[in-house]
Design a protein around this ligand. Structure first.
Ligand code: ATP
Ligand code: MG
Length: 357
């Protein structure tokens, strides 16, 4: 089956800046795809090229089997909700949402029917008569979403749709957005620079850096199997250990370094390879006594922070090796170690991700 969106070797340059650099990506029909990356990495430029507002210097974009090179923005089956979307302040919610439908010259009864359906979809039934200033931030955001969906685009591009909302509202709205997308089965591409948001929303995430796609995968694969240190560090917290491969067996690899580490063998590594190893904080156990476990390291607690759900530790081991770990706060358990106390950490070889860079 041909993918719904097919981006092939797309490049866009502004003077010296390669905003999008030889980027290829397929997206399926009905996907909620997230583009994630730091400020300036090219996310908005890519969306604008999909919508037809930005020229493509080289490469091609196909949507629904049609090459978009000669298709003007208004003729594309695409709508875009801009990074700094603004509602028309003097118009009611209903007029804001129906604006594009009126301009397209839809018959009045159809506009009324679609408006009702959209208000219901974004849970603003009965609020059509209000002005934007009479709404909360989250409600305004939903009006903008309804307006973007009004003409039933096959593809909706959302550029930082939740950026204006505070943390709590943002979390609720994330679930709503997923719910709406699932009901409509419209393909969504959502841009965000918030990794947690991307993980919550997306079926797949594409992580961008300096105009390039570094890795495209499901949230879980990106988190558990990052392809390099940049991705491991970008998504969530991680500790890195350095070393040189000392022996390779069927199931495991021994790495020599400031602390010797045993890692599960992912294949493709040989004795003498210089490696970095990434371990997630929730995969590291901490206790006061040695238990004779694999990858057990004596440490001193440098720092700890109680966050409610968990306690975050920074510990220091032999040769100044530093590790970050998280322990869940279970009922009736005190923190297992206090500040400046000595203890032992350990982690399973299967939880060590071997990286080349
Ligand atoms: N019209 C333009 N003229 C010149 N440079 C531009 C133009 N548009 C974007 N750029 C540059 O291209 C790069 C990518 O910009 P883009 O807006 O795509 O980033 P972004 O990933 O959306 O960032 P943010 O998260 O801050 O919105 C940046 O270096 C930016 O300065
Ligand atoms: Mg942007």
């Amino acid at each position: 089956m041909t993918p719904f969106i097919r981006i092939r070797n797309v490049t866009r340059r502004f003077g010296d800046v390669l905003a999008v650099d030889d980027l290829s990506l397929d997206i399926d029909r009905g996907e909620l795809f997230c583009l994630l990356g730091a400020s300036g990495c090219g996310k908005t430029t890519l969306l604008r090229m999909l919508a037809g507002f930005e020229r493509v210097d080289s490469g091609s974009i196909e949507i629904d089997g049609i090459d978009m090179a000669a298709v003007p923005p208004a003729a594309r089956p695409v709508n875009i909700m801009f990074q700094n979307y603004a509602l028309f302040p003097h118009m009611s919610v209903a007029d804001n949402i129906a604006y594009g439908l009126r301009r397209a010259g839809l018959p009045k009864p159809e506009i009324v029917a679609r408006l009702e359906e959209l208000l219901r979809l974004v849970r603003l039934d009965g609020m059509g008569g209000r002005k934007p200033h009479q709404l909360s931030g989250g409600q305004r955001q939903r009006v903008a979403l309804a307006r973007a969906l009004a003409r039933r685009p096959k593809l909706l591009l959302l550029d930082e749709p939740l950026a204006a909302l505070d943390k709590k509202l943002r979390e609720d709205t994330q679930f709503e957005l997923v719910d709406i997308q699932e009901r409509l089965e419209t393909t969504f591409i959502v841009v965000t620079h918030d990794q947690e948001e991307a993980m919550t929303l997306a079926s797949r995430i594409g992580v961008m850096d300096a105009g390039r796609l570094v890795q495209v995968d499901t949230p879980r694969t990106l988190y558990d199997r990052p392809c390099n240190s940049f991705i491991a560090d970008f998504l969530g917290t991680v500790s890195f250990l350095e070393g040189v491969v000392a022996s390779v067996n069927d199931g495991s690899i021994m790495v020599d370094g400031p602390v010797p580490v045993t890692a599960a063998n992912p294949g493709g590594f040989a004795v003498g390879d210089v490696v970095r190893m990434a371990v997630r904080p929730e995969k590291i156990a901490l206790g006061p006594e040695a238990r004779g476990a694999i990858n057990e390291i004596p440490v001193t607690v440098e720092d700890l922070a109680f966050t409610g759900v968990a306690t975050n530790y920074r510990v220091i081991g032999p040769e100044g090796v530093r590790l970050k770990l998280t322990q869940p706060n279970r009922r009736g358990e005190a923190a297992s170690l206090e500040w400046e106390q000595q203890g032992f950490v350990s982690f399973d070889p299967a939880d060590v991700v071997l990286l080349r860079d």
